[in-house]
Ligand binder design. Structure first.
Ligand code: GLN
Length: 197
């Protein structure tokens, strides 16, 4: 499996480790490549869109021609895991002119919507398809405020969706790469043959 981590900004090494762990559980060798230029996404089987600052990520992937390659990857039905700012960039509408939303996940989001008090927090979140709750780390996380018809909500906090699946894309408003738990990567990249329940 060739996994590409969009590496213009954000948690690149942590995601790389999490993919390797998930792939190892399937006895599948994973080659992880970092992506800062166009021309690499088309060779990838799966993609990771890390957190960071969505305005910056959006500007850089647009400028480098990576944005259109990500859209084509999703159109081809290939898996993506998008986390936090990655979710914002992948959304249909980020309600911020500085984010050129890719529209590959049919949700609208509110950036930094969990408010100052809850800028960063952790919660044990039940996730559809996972047997045990997931220890989720939220850092200036976006809230998903509108979910399109074809979108499956995988997890909620206070009644708000925080993890969704839209076709080949799994998107979370939290950071699954910040714990040793690779179940979200497994859920995204091995939807039909998961071994980490
Ligand atoms: N608040 C950031 C944004 O709006 C996202 C934060 C994160 O990725 N941890 O882009």
């Amino acid at each position: 499996m060739k996994a590409g981590v969009i590496a213009v900004q954000g948690d690149v090494a942590e995601h790389a480790e999490a993919v390797r762990r998930a792939a190892a559980a399937h006895d599948e060798p994973a080659e992880v490549v970092t992506i800062r230029d166009s021309g690499i996404v088309p060779d990838c089987d799966v993609l990771l869109m890390p957190g960071g600052e969505s305005t910056t990520i959006s500007r850089l992937i647009g400028r480098e021609g990576i944005a259109e390659e990500i859209r084509n990857h999703v159109r081809a039905g290939k898996p993506v895991l998008a986390t936090c700012a990655g979710l914002i960039v992948c959304s249909r509408d980020a309600k911020d002119d500085r984010v050129d939303a890719l529209g590959v996940v049919d949700v609208s989001v509110d950036r930094n919507a969990f408010g100052r008090q809850k800028d960063s927090f952790e919660a044990k979140v039940p996730v559809a398809e996972l047997e045990e709750p997931f220890h989720a780390v939220f850092i200036r996380a976006p809230a998903i405020d509108d979910v399109g018809d074809g979108v499956e909500t995988l997890a909620t906090v206070d009644g708000r969706p925080v993890a969704v699946r839209d076709g080949p894309v799994v998107a979370t408003s939290f950071h699954p790469e910040l714990t040793e738990d690779s179940r979200l990567h497994d859920l995204a990249f091995f939807p039909d043959s998961r071994v980490i329940a």
